[in-house]
Design a protein around this ligand. Structure first.
Ligand code: SF4
Length: 496
């Protein structure tokens, strides 16, 4: 069964897609005798629902009943892929789930997750958020013909599944996977990976030594949950316990949670999670993302003040920073644009000729609120600039006297190799134009981006513990030229 791709789009202009996150991951373990009541597949469904913003191309859930693993995945949103009858067939006491945006490999069914592999003593299902940067090197460890999909995740799954006969006398496989395989492969895996995987009896979670992408551990009354964001713990009623540490591997089963270190931590959390990626009701390093975004807005107002009558957000992404901007500047906050949230990719897209008007499908100005006003419009980031250009034009047409654009992140001038798909440097407007040139291109009366230092200060995390590469071009994990393509393995397979 292949469902239509019904991505709910936050893109205002389909030719100007915002940053696409890599994925949301979720895992749950409950005691086997609670399996019937806990309904782990439904908990996973709700968890993925809370993480839908992190990936909208495909969704999947794998469930183990202690004896075998069943996987169900398909293209589309979580609520399109799963319904009650499907979830009722996924019975067991351990589950992992995934919603995907492809950063390596094409958006096809084969590349949807969870990935699944038979192992020596059973099987393994795995979900991954992030992007590996040494995939060819890892793939070279596999025997020829062992790859069926084209993702870094598939390579990793094949390696973790190990070779027949791997369970040793000292460390026998408890389910289908030997922990030795994980402790051998994870230290040589490079890039961003927040992993949740399982065999028939044990749930595992692992995070790369840099901890680029988030991963948190939560506690159910009887059981454990791991998830990309704390918002997914909240939705299933799990209490936040702690973040999975960078370089840490957790194993969760009837003996509780066991932790092992596979590498020394070198924390470099993604700064862009604060700007855009994470949900506002998620907490990172003890601080709510919403609070950080409002603080960014305050600092933005002090760095780039404007003489204006009204502060409006680009809904919804600019809302918290616009609140902060209004608060610090004393300029009233209001709504000037109304968003239709239900325009998805299945919606018939306007042709090029009517696309100039097509933006109104997704945003409409509130004329009475903005007519004759000097406006500050706050947005979270500029990727290609088409969206902001259209908004400035729309506001002017609706009678705005002046339009001052304020952005709550520094210019995005460099691509991300750790799981976020922005665009190439050539496509990034800030990769090619100065701030003044961007202002002219947008047609704004003024333009201000928050500085990197102020953004970092608002996050309350030390600069050297953050990845800021898309803003400053300093990549904390070295990426070879050869490892930079999204369709890397497909190209390699075509060539071979
Ligand atoms: S390059 Fe940017 S988006 Fe990518 S991990 Fe670093 S801060 Fe995050």
């Amino acid at each position: 069964m292949l469902l239509g791709d019904g991505r709910l789009s936050h893109d205002i202009d389909p030719t100007d897609r915002g940053p696409q996150d890599a994925c949301g991951v979720f895992g749950v373990w409950v005691p086997a005798d609670d399996a019937g009541e806990a309904e782990v597949s439904k908990l996973t469904y709700y968890g993925l629902y809370a993480l839908q913003h992190r990936g909208q191309e495909s969704a999947g859930i794998a469930v183990s009943d202690g004896a075998r693993i069943v996987v169900f995945k398909d293209m589309g949103l979580v609520a399109q892929v799963f319904d009650e009858s499907v979830l009722n067939t996924l019975r067991g006491h351990i589950a992992v789930g995934h919603c995907r945006y492809s950063t390596t490999g094409s958006p096809t069914w084969e590349n949807a997750q969870p990935t699944f592999r038979s192992t020596d003593g059973g099987s393994l299902a795995l979900v991954h958020n992030g992007n590996l940067i040494n995939t060819p090197e890892l793939a070279a460890r596999l025997e020829p013909g062992r790859l069926t999909a084209t993702t870094d995740t598939e390579v990793l799954t094949a390696l973790l599944a190990g070779r027949p006969g791997q369970g040793s006398a000292e460390s026998p496989a408890r389910g289908g996977m030997s922990i030795d395989a994980a402790m051998e492969i994870l230290p040589v895996t490079r890039g961003a990976f927040s992993l949740v995987f399982m065999d028939e009896r044990t749930l595992y979670a692992a995070r790369d030594p840099e901890g680029v992408r988030p991963l948190v551990l939560g506690r159910l009354e009887r059981g454990w949950v791991v998830a990309s964001e704390t918002a997914a713990l909240d939705i299933v009623g799990a209490a936040f316990v702690r973040e999975v540490e960078p370089g840490e591997l957790l194993a969760i089963d009837e003996d509780g949670v066991r932790s092992q270190r596979f590498a020394e931590p070198r924390p470099k959390g993604c700064l862009f999670e604060y700007v855009y990626l994470a949900r506002p009701d998620t907490t990172i390093s003890g601080r709510s993302v919403q609070a950080t975004r409002v603080e960014v807005g305050r600092r933005l107002a002090r760095e780039h003040p404007a003489e204006a009558d009204l502060v409006i957000p680009t809904p919804e992404s600019g809302t918290p920073a616009a609140i902060g901007y209004a608060e610090a500047s004393g300029i009233p906050y209001g709504q000037g644009l109304v968003k239709n949230s239900y325009v998805g990719r299945t919606f018939i897209q306007p042709s090029q000729t009517i696309r100039q008007l097509g933006i109104r499908l997704k945003l409409n100005p509130l004329r009475e609120a903005i007519e004759g006003k000097r406006l500050v419009v706050v947005d979270d980031s500029i990727v290609r600039g088409n969206t902001q250009r259209a908004i400035v034009r729309m506001l002017r047409e609706a009678g705005a006297a002046e339009v001052h654009v304020r952005i709550s992140s520094p210019p995005v001038a460099w691509p991300c190799f750790y799981g976020i798909d922005f665009a190439t440097r050539a496509e990034l407007i800030a990769g090619n134009l100065s701030v003044e040139e961007i202002r002219t291109s947008l047609g704004a009366d003024s333009l201000g981006f928050i500085s990197l230092d102020e953004l970092i200060a608002a996050s309350q995390i030390a600069k050297d513990r953050l990845c800021r590469a898309c803003f400053d071009g300093v990549y904390p994990i070295r990426v070879d030229e050869a490892s930079r393509g999204k369709h890397l393995l497909e190209v390699a397979q075509t060539r071979s």
